[in-house]
Design a protein around this ligand. Sequence first.
Ligand code: ZN
Length: 93
Amino acid sequence: MKPILREPISFQIDLENYNELINAGFILHGHVCPAMPLGIRAALEALNTLGVDRAQNKELHVIMENGPSHAALCFSEGVQVGTSATFGKGEII
Ligand SMILES: [Zn+2]
C-alpha cells in the first residue's frame, strides 16, 4: 500500500533559523561533533517529507531506532532539536 502523504506544508526553515537550531543543538549536546547536526538535517527533511510541523505539545511523536554508539546518540539529540519532539516531553520512543 502506497503511503498517503500531504503536500509539503509551508514549513520551511531559513538559514538564520537553521543556524539557531544548530546553536541550540550544540548548547544541548555540549560538544562539537558531526552526528548531531546530521540529526537536525534528517529531522527537518523528515518533517518536510511528512508535511508536518515541529512538535509543540504531543501532537508529533518520533519513533527512533539507533544503536548505542556515540555517534548514534549524538544523532538522536539532533533529531530532538530538529523536530522539537523530546524525551522529556515523552514524544520519542
Ligand atoms: Zn556528539
